[in-house]
Design a protein. Structure first.
Length: 137
């Protein structure tokens, strides 16, 4: 789960400090796009690592995917989000299960629909954020 307090690794590392500040200052839609982009990055890393039989690297990458999916799931507002939040929770749970299967079975094919889902939703959020920015001008 994401920590709102500065990470001890941030001190003395300007790049990490900048990243931490950028995350904390990001509007919700940008933060969501960042999370989706990170999931996609780690899914591709996990897929490649499984293909290359680097199972420790695959496990590390896919565990990061699961952590982010958990964070996405926790961030859903089930009261205000209604059916959309309920459907997203079901999708997140399903795709989290596919990541677990890929990791346990060492089969990258389970990751293909997960990658497609997160790439599609990231692109939708990018477009939605663009439309909102245009309307705000």
């Amino acid at each position: 789960m994401m920590n709102k307090f500065p990470d001890s690794q941030v001190y003395g590392n300007p790049q990490k400090a900048y990243q931490q500040t950028a995350i904390q200052a990001a509007p919700p839609e940008k933060l969501l796009i960042m999370l989706y982009s990170a999931v996609i990055k780690y899914l591709h890393q996990g897929k490649l690592a499984i293909q290359e039989k680097q199972y420790d690297l695959a496990n590390n990458s896919l565990c990061k995917v699961q952590d982010i999916i958990t964070e996405l799931n926790y961030s859903l507002n089930m009261e205000k989000g209604g059916q959309i939040a309920t459907n997203l929770r079901s999708l997140y749970d399903f795709y989290d299960g596919e990541v677990v299967k890929a990791n346990l079975k060492k089969d990258h094919s389970y990751l293909l629909p997960v990658i497609e889902f997160f790439e599609t939703f990231r692109d939708i959020w990018i477009e939605a954020a663009r439309i909102v920015r245009m309307g705000a001008k």
